[in-house]
Write a new protein. Structure first.
Length: 678
């Protein structure tokens, strides 16, 4: 399987012009009242979705040539990848319903063979045929490309046997003129037909869902049923070494939206609390604004948690947290999701303000927290329904507020897990995947939709981790630590990708990725460069989806804990600039015995549970990782690209030492100016 490669706008225009020229040079296509599209009849096994209604042997070889005569029916979705076989007639039921004929062509001497690996053909085909005004399909060989259809004619020693032998010169001239007009219409329609080659993107991110909370990721120690996540994994790819940009919420979400680590801003530890200017600078590109520029409809439904202001709608004066525990109904938001690239937003800011329901730029209602997850589920399904039949692709960012506190499963979910309210809430959260999947399938969107399911960090202590462990459920599976920690249990998270026709079902990748990588990956998928002032820490994992090595200019991934402690991961090695967890798990920094090593170094291949500290026994490796970390912090980016600066001048690497002597090791110095409004 080959995935779309990065292509420029000029390359796409050139490809479309070639398509037009090919049409003009193929009179047989318009002379015939029907077009024979012939499956390649070469001997040998073929990975062909037509298997089952072409005459195959048990070995999967075509034994007789068949020709299919496709009669165009407006609105017919000729999606070969979804062909379901009607056992009584041997033909797919969608062909029967759409009036498509099939016949044996014993004397076939050549023809046109579609490349069945690509299913993104309907938009371009239907739009072109509608413009052409004919009842037959075009001679399109659908290539695996982000640029839309390309054409190829198979060589043949004879003319196609359906060629009309009584064609006159005047008719040929008339047909040629008609083709010229049709080609012009095709060029006009090419921009809209390109939407068929752009996948919809649904990004579901949970709040505080641990790696071990998804059953298929740790079947021996996960006791909470997650059938929908498990099904998604069986239909796609599991990443076993995916990490959030931080071990807590706000920094991770900043990284997803911008492709940049949050500690490059003024937020050096902890999370934001709302009633303040957005953490994302107004001029900074986001993945949403980028996709919007590429013709996507964009929506965010769920928890934002990146700060925004609440203004009095009458006076324009800013509300403050001291005045309002919950922002009042009618409050206006000048710097929310719809000001950072989203066309539509419905949700809430963060858990402590969950009762304040926001739509677009206004607080529209106050509602109980227990109703939020059902609300987000319902709104997501409604949004998907609203996209049915639309030409433009969509990006749905779905940041759930669960299973984070308040842990409030709906009554119908209470008691289902047998592991208490947290287990019930995880099950209800898992149900969102199912509802979204059903909606996509119901409206014919599933085949062209990339679905990503993940979490913002590890499981929280509020879940009752010891009590769950007593029942055999380990929230972090085999990993050490949990939410807020610098150990992997704090930031190694579930990451499952389904993309029909692109990602092989039931596969696994052990490649190292980070949630900051979404931005660069979408750029790679579309073949469009991301803005130069973005993606400082974002790398495309597109190649990993086909089982190939990720091509990266980033040497490793930088981890960051709740208290601002750093770690650096490259290959199997992980260096932690902390003596303890750097978070909420014991031993915390103030609990580590005096005389302990000031840092930690682990070989994660041999020691994934981070128990055997090699910091003093492998000093050369520790020094190499520290040098790389220092350089990537100082230069304002961890990838190659335009020179960038951090938003703060002094970023302290050795937090624990700085806390002890108020000086610490020499911090990385960057040239940016501190600006809390970034």
């Amino acid at each position: 399987m080959k995935l779309p490669q990065r292509q420029t706008t000029d390359q796409r225009i050139f490809a479309d012009l070639l398509c037009v020229l090919t049409i003009l040079l193929m009179p047989t296509c318009v002379v015939s009242e029907e077009l024979v599209i012939h499956p390649q009849a070469a001997p040998g096994p073929l990975d062909n979705p037509l298997k089952g209604w072409c005459p195959y042997t048990d070995a999967g070889e075509i034994t007789q040539p068949y020709s299919m005569v496709f009669q165009y029916v407006p609105g017919a979705a000729l999606n070969l990848a979804k062909a379901s076989i009607d056992s009584s007639s041997g033909m797919p039921d969608w062909l029967i319903k759409k009036g498509v004929k099939m016949r044996r062509d014993k004397e076939h001497s050549g023809g046109l063979a579609p490349d069945y690996d690509d299913v993104r053909m309907i938009s371009a085909t239907e739009k072109f045929i509608a413009a052409l005004g004919q009842r037959y399909t075009l001679p399109i060989v659908f290539r695996k490309s982000a640029t839309g259809p390309s054409f190829q004619r198979f060589r043949s020693r004879q003319k196609m046997n359906i060629m009309n032998s009584e064609v006159t010169i005047p008719r040929l001239i008339g047909l040629l003129v008609k083709n010229v007009v049709s080609a012009a219409l095709f060029v006009l329609l090419s921009s809209s037909s390109m939407a068929g080659s752009k996948p919809n993107i649904v990004y579901i991110i949970c709040d505080d869902l641990g790696y071990g909370d998804v059953h298929c990721l740790a079947p021996e120690t996960s006791k909470i049923p997650t059938p929908n996540a498990d099904r998604l994994a069986s239909e796609g790819m599991i990443f076993t070494d995916a990490h959030s940009g931080s071990s807590v919420c706000s920094p991770t979400r900043y990284g997803i939206m911008t492709g940049r680590y949050s500690w490059r801003t003024w937020l050096q530890k902890g999370v934001v609390t709302g009633f303040a200017p957005s953490l994302i600078a107004a001029k900074r590109p986001t993945v949403a604004s980028f996709l919007k520029e590429q013709g996507y409809a964009t929506a965010a439904i769920g928890k934002w948690h990146l700060n925004f202001e609440y203004l009095n709608p009458k006076t324009g004066k800013q509300y403050t947290q001291k005045q309002h525990d919950t922002p009042p109904i009618g409050a206006k938001i000048p710097d929310g999701p719809i000001h950072r690239g989203f066309d539509y937003y419905h949700g809430f800011h963060h858990a402590r303000n969950m009762e304040a329901v926001i739509e677009n730029d206004e607080v529209i209602a106050h509602d109980e927290a227990i109703n939020m997850l059902p609300r987000l589920t319902r709104k997501s399904v409604e949004y998907i329904e609203s996209r049915a039949g639309k030409d433009e692709p969509f990006f749905l960012y779905l940041p759930l507020g669960s299973p984070h506190t308040p842990i409030v499963p709906s009554p119908e979910w209470q008691g289902k897990s047998g592991l208490g309210l947290y287990g019930d809430f995880v099950m209800q959260t898992d149900n969102v995947i199912g509802e979204v999947s059903v909606a996509l399938a119901k409206h014919g969107l599933a085949e062209n939709t990339l679905v990503i399911f993940t979490s913002d960090n590890g499981c929280s202590k509020a879940a009752g981790i010891p009590a769950l462990a007593e029942k055999g459920h380990l929230v972090s599976a085999h990993l050490r630590g949990s939410k807020a920690d610098i150990w992997d249990g704090g930031h190694r998270i579930p990451f499952i990708v389904r993309w029909p026709g692109k990602v092989e079902p039931g596969t696994t990748s052990g490649q190292l990725i980070c949630l900051t990588d979404l931005f660069a990956t979408t750029s790679d998928i579309l073949g469009e460069p991301f803005p130069e002032t973005s993606c400082e820490d974002s790398v495309s994992f597109l190649q990993a989806l086909s089982g190939k090595p990720i091509q990266s200019t980033r040497a490793g991934v930088i981890h960051h804990s709740f208290s601002g402690h750093f770690a650096y991961r490259t290959g199997k090695w992980k260096l932690i600039l902390a003596r303890g967890s750097g978070g909420w798990t014991s031993p915390k920094e103030n609990e580590v015995p005096k005389g302990s090593m000031k840092a930690q170094l682990y070989d994660l291949d041999a020691d994934p549970g981070e128990q055997n500290n090699l910091y003093t026994s492998k000093p050369e490796i520790a020094e190499r990782l520290l040098s790389q970390l220092t350089a990537e912090v100082r230069q304002g980016r961890s990838t190659t690209g335009q020179t960038s600066q951090n938003d703060v001048e002094n970023i302290v690497l050795w937090k624990s030492e700085a806390a002890v002597n108020r000086q610490g090791a020499k911090p990385a110095i960057t040239s940016g100016k501190k600006n809390r409004k970034q």
